[in-house]
Structure formats: C-alpha cells, structure tokens
Design a protein around this ligand. Structure first.
Ligand code: FAD
Length: 308
C-alpha cells in the first residue's frame, strides 16, 4: 500500500512527527519488535510517544482505511513473513505510571513487570503475578494476562480507551471490560485502542510481596525456555487439562518444523530455535493441534495473536 497517497493520514503522521509526538520508519522489519523475533517488513512502523498521538494517528488511519495494528511489547503476537501492508503502531514509548494511595494509573505502553515493581515499592499487593510477564499494560489488558492464580481482571478498576470507529474517548469499569480467560472487550470490538488502565490494590508487606515476586520469577526461570525467543504459552489451557501434558502425551515435545520447535523444557511453548519463520510456527501449531486431538480427543486453541 502506498501510504503517502493517503493524504489525511500522511499529513497527520508528518504533523505529529514534527511535534516530536511520534517517530516512524518505512519498510523496516517487524521481527525486532516481537519477542518471537519473527516477522517480515512493514510498510510503516510508528513509535508513538503520547496517548493523544496514539489516538490521533489511529483515528487518521481509521478515517482513511489504512490498515493498522497496535502492539505493546510484541510478546504475544506472530507477524507474517510477507510484508505487512499497513502501519504497525508501537506503544512502548507511552510509559508513565503514577501511584496514588492504593491506586496505580499506568499508560498502555508501561511495562507490566515494572508495574509489579512499582506496586511492591509502594507496599501494594495484588500485582505480584505480573512480575516476569514480558508485556505492556495495554497488551496485558487486551489479553487479560495472568499467572499463578492472579490475573489482570482481579486488579483493574478502569481501562481507558480510544474508540477509533466512533472517534471518541471512553473508559470501561469492572464488568464492562468483559474479562474472561485470556479475553477482554478489546478483542470483541474492532477499533478500540487501550490508552491506559487504573489498578486498585491492597496494602501489604513489602518484604512478603517481594518474596512472592521472586518465587514466581524463579519458577519461570526453572520451567520456561526463557533462553529462546518465543511468545510464551502458545496454546490456551483446555478446561480440565494441562496443555503442556497433552502435547507431551501426543509425542510432540521437541518436535520441529524448520526453525520452530515445541520446547523440550516446556511443551506448552513453541520456541524460535534460530531462523524460524512465521510459516514454520503456523505449520507446527497446526500439527500439534492435530496430534493432540488424535491422541486425547481434546481440541486446543492458540493463545498467540496471529497478525494477518
Ligand atoms: C516468555 C514469556 C512468558 C509469558 N508469560 C505469560 C504469562 O505468564 N501469562 C500471560 O498471560 N501471558 C504471558 N505471556 C504472553 C504475553 O507476555 C502477554 O500476553 C502480554 O500481556 C502481552 O503484552 P504485549 O504488550 O507484549 O502485547 P502484544 O504482544 O504487543 O499484543 C498482544 C495483543 O494485544 C493487542 N494490543 C496491545 N496493545 C494494545 C493497545 N494499547 N490497544 C489495543 N490493543 C493492543 C495487540 O494488537 C495484540 O492483538 C508470556 C510471553 C512470553 C514471551
């Protein structure tokens, strides 16, 4: 897509760039913006530096039918090997965080792990589970990220959004977020962009919080293949089952397609052993699903967001 022909969008891009509210590059590779280290070039990669700039550039893209994809830390996405014919909008430059009593208000691009650290420093409990999840606040809200019996829905009070379809700002409180297992309202409706979130926590003992966080981090290091690029657990938990065990029982632990492999350390993770392509991962995922269905009769679903 020649984006310079999209006049309103291009003008907005240049205006925001001149103001220092974003930077952009044409034809850059997406892979470095993802933890999988996979993905071809994108027509445009835009790094936004403020909530306003994010809303403005997404609004302009929506108005002129420019394809776009907003990402945080790229730790739960798989981009195609082919050129992404639109704008990849990266939010990690929008990263302020404010602690106010029992509340923390954080921008969409703020690191989820740093959020846990801020909570610990303020003697607030409830976000220990976030320590070690390599995402942004926006990505964590979108995915309702969780671990070790904690999840974002337990601690989020409000999420702030820009609705690019109706060109309006808003916020969802509590149930309006439609949180489910790795689900949120943001997956249900097109064009909703998360700008930030407010968390409500409880007072706790700083040392006890810190100890819990360290325990979780140690468990991650021990059980997860953190030495290889990945997008975390590739599949959702099937009700009543451990997905890693289903995959192992299907004989797929260590199975490879090209550079993609079902981790030998944790069968729930597909890792990039070196030079994996998006097609390798997709083919591997499809073979694993088939093998699990054949061996146990359980249908497993992909947790990673496949970007087309
Ligand atoms: C080693 C490893 C361990 C992991 N462990 C866990 C774990 O324990 N628990 C867990 O839940 N996840 C885990 N993950 C997955 C991932 O870290 C989480 O899903 C995380 O919340 C994704 O955040 P992100 O910023 O990287 O999102 P991205 O990967 O950048 O995006 C994920 C999705 O959210 C959308 N999105 C992102 N930001 C916005 C925004 N501002 N507005 C609208 N949409 C947005 C994207 O379009 C995409 O569809 C792990 C990943 C890795 C690599």
């Amino acid at each position: 897509m020649n984006l310079t022909e999209k006049k309103i969008f291009w003008q907005k891009l240049c205006e925001l760039s001149d103001k220092g509210a974003l930077t952009y590059a044409e034809g850059e590779t997406v892979a470095p913006y993802t933890t999988f280290k996979i993905g071809g070039k994108a027509d445009l990669i835009i790094k936004v530096l403020s909530r306003d700039a994010l809303a403005e550039i997404v609004g302009a893209a929506q108005r002129e039918n420019v394809k776009f994809c907003v990402i945080g830390n790229g730790s739960n996405v798989l981009f195609p090997d082919e050129q992404y014919d639109g704008a990849v909008i990266v939010t990690t430059g929008i990263n302020s965080c404010l602690v106010d009593g029992n509340r923390i208000i954080a921008d969409c691009g703020y690191s989820f792990t740093s959020l846990a650290v801020q909570a610990q420093k303020a003697g607030l409990t409830g976000l220990e589970f976030a320590y070690g999840i390599p995402g942004s606040v926006g990505g964590a809200v979108y995915m309702n990220a969780g671990a070790y019996d904690g999840e974002i829905s337990f601690v989020v009070k409000k999420t702030f959004y820009y609705d690019s379809v109706n060109d309006m700002l808003g916020c969802f409180e509590g149930d309006e977020n439609h949180f489910g297992y790795r689900e949120s309202v943001y997956q249900e409706r097109d064009g909703l962009i998360i700008l930030g979130a407010e968390f409500l926590l409880e007072k706790g003992d700083k040392d006890a919080i810190s100890e819990k966080m360290q325990g979780f981090m140690n468990a991650r290091r021990e059980k997860q293949p953190l030495e290889y690029p990945s997008a975390g657990s590739t599949f959702k938990r099937a009700p009543g089952h451990y997905t890693g065990k289903l995959i192992q029982d299907a004989g797929m632990k260590g199975y490879s397609v090209g550079g993609a492999q079902v981790s030998e350390k944790h069968a729930g993770f597909v890792i990039n052993k070196g030079g994996a392509t998006s097609s390798d991962v997709k083919e591997l995922v499809s073979r694993v699903k088939k093998a699990v269905l054949q061996s146990s009769g359980v249908s497993i679903e992909c947790e990673i967001r496949i970007i087309e």
